[in-house]
Design a protein around this ligand. Structure first.
Ligand SMILES: [Zn+2]
Length: 307
């Protein structure tokens, strides 16, 4: 089974998660830029984060045989903070980079005028860069949020088949599907969508243009949710090809619209700009810590000092 988590915030996850994900069959991820849980106070903070999503995180993923790409944007929540909005002027030079496969996540949080502007501006940026867009739909007042989102998408230069509307549920799936956009579902441990509800939606609305993700981040979430959905699909009568479509080929097709998706797992680099994921040097073949002076453990070879 090959699985693709098309929305997961690996920056917030551990190396153990990468290991467990690879063992579960998750061999590709897309990491959207998002809110860090506390406010950023300057544009520079975004740029360091974008650089990390383009450099350190793909390096870390590659150590575990996972292909990593990202989507970049000003997130909906911080679109309301005047200290953050000027990052929109920096985005064009980032959106041309190799590992960027969409603009995102953009959309509404509290549905303010500032969010309207940021959403429309970034849909335009996506169209100008020939990238698809990952659009977050609000967690409160979902149907009104979806309708307002779709209105802005329709007014934009980006065709609906280049837009993934995410965090859908039973109340929003029908209108989202009618719009022609791709349909994203985030499966969480105890709130919002769970595996059973996800499989029921797949049964009712089909598997075309549907993406399932864990949206795992620093909150209560589970980076193996894509695997759990795949297992339940099989248990509930979907076949292996259905699973492959939803959990591999659909995300490959959607992010492939960028022309930049590269899923070849090459031998990972040992270091990224001189840094590795190791803590201390590895043990040497004798089991001694690296750097241990030989003579102190090898009397035969010890220099004859003071004896
Ligand atoms: Zn997210």
């Amino acid at each position: 089974m090959r699985l693709f988590d098309p929305h997961i915030h690996m920056t917030s996850r551990t190396t153990d998660d990468y290991e467990a994900m690879h063992a579960a069959g998750i061999h590709a991820v897309v990491e959207p830029s998002f809110w860090l849980g506390q406010p950023r106070t300057s544009v520079a903070s975004f740029l360091d984060y974008f650089d990390s999503l383009l450099g350190w995180e793909p390096f870390r993923a590659a150590q575990h045989g996972i292909a990593h790409h990202c989507t970049l944007a000003l997130n909906p929540k911080e679109a309301n903070d005047p200290r953050c909005v000027p990052v929109l002027d920096e985005l064009p030079r980032y959106l041309v980079k190799d590992h960027v496969v969409a603009v995102g996540e953009i959309g509404y949080d509290s549905m303010t005028p500032a969010e309207d502007t940021a959403l429309a501006t970034q849909l335009q940026l996506a169209a100008a860069h020939e990238l698809p867009a990952l659009v977050h739909t609000p967690h409160r007042d979902k149907l009104a949020g979806l309708r307002r989102t779709l209105d802005v998408v329709r007014e934009s230069a980006l065709p609906p088949d280049h837009v993934l509307v995410d965090h859908l549920n039973e109340t929003t799936v029908k209108e989202a599907k009618d719009s022609g956009c791709w349909l994203g579902f985030s499966v969480y441990p105890d709130t919002k969508m769970d595996e059973e509800r996800m499989v029921a939606i797949l049964r009712e609305y089909g598997t075309e243009q549907v993406l399932v993700n864990s949206a795992a981040d620093w909150g209560r979430s589970d980076p193996l949710k894509t695997r759990r959905v795949a297992d339940l699909m099989l248990a509930e009568g979907f076949d292996a090809d259905d699973v492959d479509l939803v959990l591999w080929r659909n995300p490959v097709t959607f992010y492939g619209l960028s022309g930049r998706l590269d899923l070849a797992i090459t031998t990972p680099e040992a270091t990224h700009e001189g840094n590795s994921i190791l803590r201390g040097a590895p043990k040497d073949p004798d089991g001694l810590p690296a750097g241990t002076p030989r003579e102190r453990h090898d009397p035969a070879g010890a220099p004859a000092t003071g004896a």
